[in-house]
Design a protein around this ligand. Structure first.
Ligand code: HEM
Length: 165
């Protein structure tokens, strides 16, 4: 049972961690170089697929993570606060929750605004004001994704060292 949970946890952890690493270090810097005429349509094409897949992955990571905490500490959850392992997992879990809040609470709504604006100017060049707004929203998505990358990195590091504590 524990091994199955751990396997799913690691698989989806790799997916979420890998996605953030790829987006932050490779995709976004490249797209920025190519300019808004490429960046905006690519981001608009990716977001509707990525958002539900990330939401499902985070749910699985959180669910399997909580289940593993219970299995590893049967009837003694309070020991979480008094062991290095417990603190390590708490820090990782909090970092994951921050990623979820920033991701679904801030990045997704900004992405929706970006998409709406993009749709309203399809088939014609954007006005200077619209171009500025598109740029502002894209920058916001990039900055928030970079912030989340830091918390994803914290989650990955705490999880990987957990076994050795
Ligand atoms: C993006 C977020 C996360 C990633 C990438 C991630 C990744 C991992 C990985 C790779 C391991 C295996 C470590 C090893 O065996 O060497 C692991 C273990 C574990 N994770 Fe996560 N995890 C994440 C979030 C969470 C959350 C939110 C919780 C709890 C609510 C959690 C609880 C655990 C537990 C209890 C273990 C077992 C540790 C042990 O064997 O001592 N994880 N995680």
């Amino acid at each position: 049972m524990f091994d199955t949970l751990r396997m799913f946890h690691i698989l989806f952890g790799i997916f979420v961690g890998g996605t953030y690493i790829f987006m932050t270090l490779i995709l976004e810097p490249r797209l920025r170089k190519l300019g808004p005429s490429v960046q905006t349509p690519v981001m608009r094409a990716i977001t509707p697929i990525l958002t539900p897949i990330m939401a499902a992955s985070f749910t699985i990571i959180l669910g399997t993570g909580i289940a593993m905490i219970f299995l590893l500490n049967p009837g003694a959850l309070d020991t979480l606060w008094s062991t290095a392992w417990g603190w390590d997992i708490i820090i990782g879990a909090v970092a994951t929750i921050i990623v979820m809040v920033i991701g679904f609470g801030l990045i997704v709504p900004t992405g929706i605004r970006l998409d709406k604006l993009g749709r309203s100017i399809e088939g014609r060049p954007p006005s200077p004001q619209e171009a500025q707004q598109l740029h502002h929203l894209s920058e916001r998505v990039t900055k928030l994704t970079q912030t989340n990358f830091v918390f994803v990195a914290i989650a990955i590091i705490t999880m990987v060292i957990a076994r050795y504590l």
